[in-house]
Structure formats: structure tokens, C-alpha cells
Design a protein around this ligand. Structure first.
Ligand SMILES: [Ca+2]
Length: 525
């Protein structure tokens, strides 16, 4: 087959595949011979046919049970300081669904997402994942390495998409018919970054709980940590009190959505005041909050504001219905230092000893946004992605304790405003909120749903999703289903039948504020 030497892989804005005149059709290259493929700035380390059965890549925690595939390991070096590892797994011709899927990463994780690759491969996809250009989950890699920060911020995902399609083409003899990106958290940011910066890379994109407002989110983490820790660096709110606060929040706000089901449908309507838990007597007790604890919780709810202009820098964290794995603990109360403090030390100020107490919420935010705009993916103009026929499906959990859902709503609203209104936006960009779902899953609300099938139907058959049916499982058993409605619609119980079955709910456009009605509520059994 023809192997065309491509130029300009390092170019951030040049869609390379457009330079390939015509997709080659042919039998393709046997797996072992892919290593001879030449792609500028890319070194193919190995290409190996893997038999069906257990497979455990080195560095991966668990063995995966997989169908047979061709495993390609490669490294891209678009700059002299780059070292972007990525892998492409390609099913044999008779089981390949003729599609490609790029999968996203979590946090600052410098690791290939094998589990997500496995999920795609099992569905018949050729799949790819990258370590984003560094190893490990901390942020020290950015110290003195501005190109590695760019690789992490957006370049590695783009290069992996382009190089992977060329590798798939080499093996299969043709390009994929459809290409999808699927990511949550940092992967959600990667998803939106692709739609904004490289609209030609993917036909369809899934953005889950996107950490796309990353600079301001990092300022939000710092704010919440400072608010919830004493000057000695010790947390102000013990674990048991987080549970108590949650119980009080649910008691106060569960019924606002007219259904007492243990879920707060839209936390923006919940105005629970932690001062209602203030200890009556001086001193501390397990069943109430001290005055400093009340202040801390309020600050976390309220979020960070610019002290000079009063502007809301970043949304506060929602009043949560927490579970053990989905609470403020991991990102706010438990860390010894403010979460992602490495952003300030290694990316922004290049000072490993930077002291968070010196933060200037006004000056330092302006500096960060001027210096590192690459770290965010907040451009509301998705015209190019829409024009090329791209479809974007975004979802988030209303109880996300890592990326405040209000910020995700704000991004969608900004796109609606820029793209000519809700209807025009829905033509290519649809958003679903999951009440009671945590960060990318988990939580007391239904949190398991199939976005990829919905996106395939939309992209390939023009059937746009109006709702997603979500399941909640306990011990592997489904105990509740609920529709996730097309934003801004919400799921409302029809008034008959169990509240644990999605068929008894309708997606409706709700009143903008809590109604003062006597509509009967029903306690969840
Ligand atoms: Ca409720």
C-alpha cells in the first residue's frame, strides 16, 4: 500500500489527514510489519499480534480479558522535549467495526488508559490512548518543561488521534469510517479541547464531567482547601460531620423537586444554610457545627470571588448528597496540601517552594490566564466542529465533588449563547445532567448509562438522543432506573407507579424556581 510521508505533524492547527489525498484501499499491512511505518515525529516501538485471552500490559494493575488484536506501541516527539507514549489496539478485519475510538485520561495521570481501551476493543473498535507526555500523576514534570505542559494540555491527544488513524489505516488498509473520542474528568476536558482546537479529529465526542475550566478550577481547589483548614494546616471538619451535613442538606432540599427520593434534583435550588447546624452552646459537639466550621462550609458552597471586582471566579461546590467515594474528602478536606498546588509551583511560578498563603486571587488569576490559556478548554465557539458535522454529547453528575456541575452548566450556556440559541446548539451539542451522580459515576443517583451507543446512533443514523436511561446498582443489582433528560429538561414522576422505574418519569421543562404547591410527594421505600 502507499505510504505517504506526512509533514507538519508538529503543527498544532493543521489537520494532517486532510493532506492525504485519498484513503488507500487494500489488504493492509500485517501486524508485525506495522513497525516499519513511517510517520513524522513518531517512533513505532513495537507491533505485536496478541491472542485472545488474559492480557496484562506492564504497569497495568489487573489482567484484562480481551479478544485478539494487534497491539502497537509508539512514541511521538513533536518537540525535542516531548516524549508522548501512546498505544493503538486494532481488532482483526473480521471483528473490526470499522470505527476508531480515542479514550481520555484522568487527572494529571501520565498513564495509558488500558481499561478504557479494553472496553472499546471489546465493542469492536480500534482504540488508542496516550500517557499525555509524562509518567506519573504529580505535576513536577512541568518544572522547566513548557513543551511538556503543552503536550499534556492538548497536543498529545491531537497527535495521538492523527497518528493512530494512520496506523489503523496501515493495518486495515483504509481509514476508519467514524472516529469517536470518549473521556471523563481530564478526559472531558480533552474532549472539549478537541472539539474546540481540532474539530477535524473526531466525528463524535463524549465529554463527561469535564475539567475544562482548569485554571479556575485549580483556584477553586485552593480556595476550598484554605477555607476548610486552619492556619496550622489541619482540617476543620471531621469526616463524621460531613455525613451529618449531608443528612441535613437532604432533609432540607430533597422535596424541592417534589419527590422525596433521597436525591436533590438540582442543587442550585437548594439554599440550605449550614448556620442552621450551629452548636447551641459554646464548644464542639458531634451533632452540630462550630462557628469556624459553619464559615468553612459556607465558603466551600459559595466558591471563590475576586476580592477587587466581586466577580465569581469559580463556582462553589454543590450541597452534596455524598457517599464514601464521592465526597469532599478526596479533593478538599483530606489532602495535606491544597489539591493541584503543583499547578502553581511547577506550571505557573516555577517555584517548588511557592507558599499558597501568598495567593492574590486577583493578580495571580490574571497572570495564570494570560500565561497558560492552553490549560483550559473554555472556548464557546464550536462553529468549526458543527460545520464539519461533528456531534458532541456532554454529561455530568449534579453531585460531582471534583468539578462543580454549575460550571459545566455555565459552559454549555455560554455555547448556547454563542451558537445562536438552544435549538441550534442541540443540532450538534447535547447535554445531560445526572441528579445524585458523583464525579464520572458513583453516588446515590442513577449513574450507569451508555453514552457511546447514543452517540453512534446520532452520528451514524441521525437519531439525536432526547434522554439517556441511567441505572443505579447496589451490589451489582439494578435497584433504580431514571431518565437523564436533555438539558434543561428534568425528569418528573408521572404520579403513578414505582419511583424506581424510568418508565414512570417524563422529561419536562420545569418552572425556573421551586413551586409552592401541595403536589403530593412520596417517600422512597
Ligand atoms: Ca428529590
Amino acid at each position: 500500500m502507499i505510504r505517504r510521508l506526512l509533514t507538519g505533524l508538529v503543527g498544532a492547527s493543521v489537520p494532517l489527514l486532510g493532506e492525504v489525498v485519498a484513503p488507500a484501499a487494500g489488504p493492509g499491512t500485517p501486524c508485525a510489519n506495522i513497525a516499519a511505518l513511517t510517520i513524522p515525529s513518531v517512533t513505532i516501538k513495537s507491533a505485536t499480534a496478541i491472542a485472545a485471552g488474559p492480557f496484562q500490559p506492564s504497569g497495568s494493575g489487573n489482567a484484562l480479558t480481551l479478544p485478539s488484536f494487534c497491539r502497537v506501541e509508539a512514541t511521538a516527539r513533536p518537540t525535542s522535549d516531548s516524549e508522548i507514549r501512546f498505544e493503538v489496539w486494532i481488532p482483526p478485519a473480521d471483528t473490526w467495526n470499522s470505527k476508531f475510538q480515542g479514550v481520555g485520561n484522568g487527572g494529571y495521570s501520565g498513564a495509558i488508559g488500558y481499561a478504557a481501551m479494553a472496553a472499546g476493543l471489546r465493542r469492536g473498535y480500534a482504540v488508542a490512548s496516550t500517557d499525555t507526555g509524562h509518567a506519573g500523576g504529580d505535576m513536577k514534570f512541568g518544572q522547566g518543561h513548557p513543551e511538556k505542559i503543552i503536550d499534556y494540555a492538548y497536543r498529545s491527544i491531537h497527535i495521538t488521534a492523527e497518528a493512530s488513524k494512520l496506523i489503523v489505516r496501515d493495518h486495515a488498509g483504509r481509514f476508519p469510517d467514524h472516529s469517536y473520542f470518549n473521556g471523563c474528568s481530564a478526559g472531558g476536558q480533552q474532549a472539549l479541547s478537541e472539539a474546540q482546537r481540532f474539530p477535524e479529529d473526531y466525528d463524535g465526542i463524549i465529554a463527561g464531567d469535564p475539567a475544562n475550566n482548569r485554571i479556575r478550577q485549580t483556584f477553586g481547589f485552593l480556595w476550598s482547601w484554605v477555607a476548610s483548614h486552619g492556619t496550622d494546616g489541619k482540617p476543620l471538619i471531621p469526616e463524621a460531620k460531613l455525613s451529618m451535613i449531608t443528612k441535613a442538606v437532604v432533609a432540607a432540599c430533597d422535596g424541592i423537586d417534589r419527590l422525596k427520593d433521597g436525591l436533590i434534583d438540582d442543587p442550585r435550588r437548594c439554599h440550605f444554610d449550614p448556620a442552621s447546624l450551629l452548636c447551641k452552646a459554646a464548644g464542639d459537639e458531634a451533632t452540630c457545627l462550630t462557628a469556624p466550621q459553619v464559615v468553612a462550609v459556607k465558603k466551600i458552597y459559595d466558591g471563590v470571588k475576586n476580592p477587587r471586582t466581586g466577580e465569581q471566579i469559580f463556582a462553589g461546590w454543590p450541597r452534596l448528597r455524598r457517599s464514601a467515594a464521592q465526597s469532599w474528602r478526596s479533593y478538599i478536606t483530606d489532602p495535606q496540601e491544597p489539591m493541584r498546588i503543583g499547578f502553581f509551583r511547577f506550571f505557573l511560578f516555577h517555584d517548588p517552594n511557592w507558599d499558597y498563603r501568598t495567593i492574590d486571587w486577583d493578580r495571580d488569576l490574571a497572570y495564570a490566564e494570560q500565561k497558560l490559556p492552553i490549560m483550559s478548554a473554555i472556548d464557546p465557539d464550536l462553529s468549526a466542529f458543527k460545520k464539519r458535522g461533528g456531534k458532541l454529547l456532554m454529561y455530568t453528575g449534579w453531585s460531582d465533588p471534583v468539578v462543580p456541575p454549575q460550571d459545566t452548566v455555565a459552559y454549555y450556556d455560554s455555547v448556547v449563547k454563542t451558537m445562536g440559541g438552544l435549538e441550534k446548539t442541540r443540532e450538534f451539542f447535547r447535554f445531560f445532567l445526572a441528579p445524585g451522580m458523583g464525579h464520572c459515576g458513583g453516588g446515590p443517583g442513577p449513574n450507569t448509562f451508555d453514552t457511546l451507543t447514543a452517540l453512534e446512533q446520532w452520528t451514524e443514523k441521525g437519531i439525536a438522543p432526547d434522554k439517556l436511561i441511567a441505572q443505579h446498582l447496589t451490589g451489582g443489582k439494578i435497584d433504580r432506573t431514571r431518565p437523564l433528560c436533555l438539558y434543561p429538561r428534568v425528569a418528573r414522576w408521572k404520579g403513578t407507579g414505582t419511583i424506581d422505574d424510568a418508565v414512570n418519569f417524563a422529561c419536562v421543562t420545569d418552572a425556573p424556581s421551586a413551586p409552592k404547591t401541595t403536589t403530593p410527594t412520596r417517600d422512597h421505600q
